[in-house]
Write a protein that binds this ligand. Sequence first.
Ligand code: PRP
Ligand code: ZN
Length: 301
Amino acid sequence: MIDKQNRIKIAIQKSGRLTDLSLDLLQRCGLKYTRGKDQLIAFGENMPIDILLVRDDDIPALVRDDVCDLGIAGLNVVEEKRLRFLNSSTTGEPFEIVRQLDYGQCKLCFAYPEGGKLGSIEDLRGLRIATTYPWIVADFLRTRSIEAEVIEFSGAVEIAPGMGRAEAICDLVSTGTTLRANNLREGETLMKSQATLIRTPLEVPDEKADWMARLLQRIDGVMQVRESKYIMMHAPKSALAEIRKLLPGSEAPTILPLDSLDDKVAVHVVCRENVFWETLENLKAAGASSLLVMPVEKMLP
Ligand code: PRP
Ligand code: ZN
């Protein structure tokens, strides 16, 4: 029987830029789940973890209110809600930021009508800025001592200047397509964002805490292997020092003897960065041969 109390609930975006990548992360952590069409909850089959699929803007509150133990949302959403919640509560931090997950990169930017006279935030004094991130924007303007009116929109911020509701906007930019389609030019960046894991600030029961720790360790493993490569090569003993210097982001390599070759050894090493052709060419020039680069499937530090 499923013991609901001891199951971890993790909230992720229902449909949007982080949905597939978040589900992919959980799958890579070993989670198998069933999800019916249009179902807002997916039950984990092999781990006591259930996934709630919700609007990204709702994720921080679900974690604050202890409806969910964990949540994944863009740092922009997390920070906006954090500022908002802190302002309306005396109970301190509404959630803890646990990890930046290294996907869903985008940035929160000011944008100005194409061909207009606005070119930088200095030009915004006394004007109106439409945004779905009023707390972040107000905070930013305060630190720059710029007095402007921040107008909260719940969506479709891009159309505000055209409708005469604001002179500029502040919104999330990923590819820039939305800005271009709406005749807006990208301005200053207020913050860079990426998928962010948050957790409840409350203590959780031991059994749950154990699974949370396991999940986190697996997430770390998944993040590490994304770029990691396993490199194998033959190398003259005399060139080992030089070759080690050329290996990107690697730990101590494993050196193995080669049958009937006294002056050469086999070098095996995990590199935690992408390995480019240039690196291989440089290794070859340093004396390495039989170079082989393989993706790493799983890693447990
Ligand atoms: C953001 C933003 C733009 C779009 C920009 O919305 O509000 O509409 O993405 O992306 P682009 O530069 O690639 O065109 P998002 O998809 O995050 O939706 P949401 O704010 O409603 O969650
Ligand atoms: Zn949203």
